[in-house]
Write a protein that binds this ligand. Structure first.
Ligand code: SF4
Length: 200
């Protein structure tokens, strides 16, 4: 597929933000100079770096695998989706014709919600396009509970990713500010709340 040079290229973490509140993605792309860096974001980065050091020391048994080759911090992109991002880990199992498994670290004990599943599916789709190998599942490692959750990258999940990217693109390229979420509790803890005069 030919890529338009003026097309907005999103990052995978936008899927999570869009699911929380579409306005966050709108502000990020339509008013990029106002994006704050919060303590929570910096804390999250530090936790990921610490985990990466542990990852290099442990076996793959945590992921239910006997062997495989680990690739750390892998940059991926998809011209088809207009999406890019850096996945925490890719495990290569079984050589040339084998499996490629994207792994994401998450700072939560909660069960993986739909937006996290969409993120791992997006990494899988980009991995297929970049490395040219089919990807049928991804793994999520909770940094708090040390539990690993398997996510099957189904056709339904792939379609959700395509739909979410399409909706973000329509919003950003059309410069259409979306409605605030119905649940205004989200606004109380939102780093963008001072820009949303209509919610609090
Ligand atoms: S304050 Fe509320 S409406 Fe505004 S960006 Fe945050 S969550 Fe969305």
């Amino acid at each position: 597929m030919e890529e338009r040079s003026d097309r907005t290229i999103f990052v995978v973490t936008d899927l999570k933000q869009y699911s929380y509140c579409p306005r966050i993605v709108f502000y990020t792309y339509c008013l990029p100079l106002i994006r704050p860096v919060t303590f929570k974001m910096e804390e999250g980065r530090a936790a990921h770096d610490e985990e990466m050091a542990r990852e290099r020391r442990r076996t793959l048994a945590l992921y239910g695998l006997e062997e495989g080759i680990r690739h750390y911090h892998v940059w991926l992109e998809s011209a088809e989706l207009g999406l890019r991002g850096r996945v925490d880990l890719v495990i290569e199992v079984g050589g040339e014709g084998g499996e490629r498994i994207p792994v994401e670290y998450k700072q939560t004990r909660r069960e993986a919600g739909r937006h996290i599943r969409q993120q791992i599916a997006a990494y899988g789709m980009m991995l297929e396009e970049t490395w040219g190998r089919p990807v049928r599942r991804g793994l999520i490692l909770s940094l708090l509970s040390r539990q690993v959750t398997e996510v099957l990258i189904t056709d339904e999940l792939r379609q959700e990713v395509r739909e979410a990217v399409r909706a973000m693109r329509e919003m950003v390229e059309g410069e259409r500010m979306p409605e605030a979420p119905r649940r205004r509790g989200k606004c109380r803890v939102c780093e963008f709340r001072r820009f949303c005069n209509d919610v609090l």
